[in-house]
Design a protein around this ligand. Structure first.
Ligand code: NAP
Length: 532
């Protein structure tokens, strides 16, 4: 039996019998120069000639471009997988199927949409391991964090199904006489309607979680969705897509095209068939915003999250959060602590405590669950190094020796950083953290607000009143008090000011963003007042 193309209920029953596990096998993928033995489970139909297919109109397909894109393992720096390099015609086709499928999906009862999302959440959780294995190989995510990402994604999908029922299950009823000059002659009924075809483009660092954070709200709201996964992380995303396939979503409702963003990005983002773009990534998002037409945009872009440490703070708590916030997943998180602003009088003590914790971080391959693993690409490692060298030349104090092997960069704290150094402003996206010593809180706020980013920030102090005043003065989408910046829990609003983004995420906000309000007005022949 063709297991991949079974219908919804049948597919689910088989899934619950651990279909994927039955198909799991140790596969040897000869990919370019590298011959890799992978224990990652995949369905044979997803691969041809060692190249993963893309997913279009409910089927796995080989691109007729005849080209593929390598996914380089950041640890070995060799080709781990290959994915299809889709072309413009294929982009046109997925968008057309999405347009057609959306029309029927919008007529599918809300409870049924929610039911399918719950189903996919369960399937995702059953397939945590094979998806997490890809994250380890494609983006060098420590194994335990890779598992967490997939489990969290399943939870996000379930929560979104529930929240969709609540948010979309009710509309508004307005009467006209609340506005001056009107009698009660009009009743206005409003409801939330889908936008159409949503384009989702997540970044490499959370290719599964940041994909489902776009897919689930889009689908529950009655939209169809086209996913363009990051090249590093594309295979994890394709495995995730397979879970949607197994759940039995209608053909064409959800598709996944692969290829380099720089090559197919414009076809997608400027396509007239796209009705909404939800993008997470770096400066690319600014360029997309300028090129996209009149469609709603959700942009989650870069950050330079500042951590302000006041004299009365708990320095042990602050040091733990700086290390966790700055170095988790080797600093490759949008909400990583990216600059520490500490009052001079306590700076020596804080730096000492932070350094003691940095010494305990393990450095090595993601398979060993090391704290610090290779950064995603050589290009990224070179960029980080350029920031470090600039700081060195301008006199920053190195708390550790700078060390790099391939894409692996050892954790580094740079003390006495000044504002003429690039690292004071730019986002390294790596395990390198600058400390700026300041004389006053006002100086810290001035530094934060001079940044072109405004994602998150944090303040450490025991004085809650002071914390609130500082939080209000910081031009950031979110300010954390006594904890490092964080994106989650996934139902909290999440947004960036300035170059850090457009709109707000978080499950409820994403559902709302992927809908429009529609009104129906009932006009009465004469004013009518209940009990009047
Ligand atoms: P990126 O280089 O901007 O890429 C993001 C996505 O855009 C990838 O899927 C990429 O595909 C695609 N892309 C590239 N060029 C494109 C184009 N011209 N048109 C359309 N899509 C295009 O970012 P990244 O390196 O993956 O991620 C790191 C950045 O993301 C950091 O700046 C980080 O702060 C930010 N980030 C922000 C948040 C947030 O919530 N604010 C969360 C996570 C990460 P390819 O991989 O094929 O190039």
């Amino acid at each position: 039996m063709n297991l991949l193309f079974m219908g919804g209920a049948q597919a689910q029953a088989t899934t619950l019998n651990n279909l994927w596990e039955l198909q799991s096998k140790t596969s040897s993928i000869n990919a370019g120069r590298a011959s890799i033995t992978s224990t990652t489970a995949y369905n044979e139909e997803m691969v041809e000639n060692d190249v993963f297919k893309y997913y279009s109109n409910g089927e796995w397909k080989v691109s007729n471009s005849g080209k593929c894109v390598p996914v380089i393992n950041p640890t070995t720096r060799k080709t781990q997988y290959k994915v299809q390099a889709c072309n413009q015609e294929e982009v046109d086709n997925v968008i057309e199927s999405a347009r057609i499928a959306q029309k029927s999906w919008a007529k599918t009862p809300l409870w049924k949409r929610a039911e399918l999302l719950h189903k996919v959440a369960a399937i995702l959780k059953q397939h945590t391991k094979p998806i997490a294995d890809c994250l380890v190989k494609e983006i060098a995510k420590p194994a335990k964090d890779a598992l967490t990402e997939v489990v969290r994604s399943g939870d996000l999908v379930s929560y979104c199904a529930e929240e969709g029922i609540r948010v979309l299950g009710r509309g508004n009823y307005l009467v006209s006489d609340s506005f001056p000059g009107n009698e009660r002659t009009k009743y206005c009924l409003t409801s939330k309607i889908p936008l159409g075809v949503v384009l989702a483009i997540p970044p490499f660092n959370y290719p599964v979680n940041l994909a489902v954070s776009k897919i689930a709200p889009a689908l529950i709201a009655g939209n169809s969705l086209v996913l363009k996964p990051p090249t590093q992380g594309a295979v994890a995303a394709l495995h995730m897509m397979h879970c949607f396939h197994l759940a039995g979503f209608p053909k064409g409702l959800i598709s996944c095209v692969t290829g380099k963003g720089s090559e197919i990005g414009d076809f997608l983002t400027m396509h007239p068939g796209i009705n909404c773009i939800s993008f997470t990534g770096g400066d690319t998002g600014i360029a997309i915003s300028k090129k996209a037409g009149m469609v709603p945009l959700q942009m989650e872009l870069g950050g330079k999250d500042a951590c302000i440490i006041l004299e009365d703070s708990d320095l042990d708590l602050a040091a733990s959060n700086i290390v966790k916030g700055g170095f988790s997943y080797s600093g490759q998180r949008c909400t990583a602590v990216k600059v520490v602003l500490v009052i001079e009088s306590i700076a020596d003590t804080l730096v000492k405590k932070v350094n003691e914790k940095i010494e305990k971080l393990t450095v090595g391959p993601p398979e060993d669950n090391c704290d610090i693993t290779p950064v995603v690409t050589e290009c990224s490692a070179n960029f980080i190094e350029s920031l470090v060298m600039d700081a060195k030349q301008k006199g920053a104090k190195f708390c550790q020796e700078y060390r790099r092997e391939g894409n692996l960069i050892w954790p580094l704290l740079l003390d006495c950083v000044r504002s003429d150094m690039r690292i004071a402003w730019e986002e390294p996206f790596g395990p390198v953290l600058p400390v700026i010593r300041i004389d006053s809180v006002e100086e810290a706020i001035r530094h934060c607000n001079a940044s072109n980013f405004g994602l998150q920030g944090c303040i450490f102090t025991k004085d809650i009143n002071k914390a609130i005043l500082i939080s209000d003065a910081m031009e950031m989408g979110t300010v954390q008090i006594n904890s490092a910046p964080a994106r989650g829990p996934d139902h909290f609003p999440f947004q960036g000011l300035k170059d850090s983004g457009i709109g707000s995420q978080g499950i409820t906000n994403s559902i709302n963003m992927m809908t429009k309000v529609k009104s129906t007005v009932i006009n009465l022949p004469a004013p009518s007042y209940t009990m009047g």
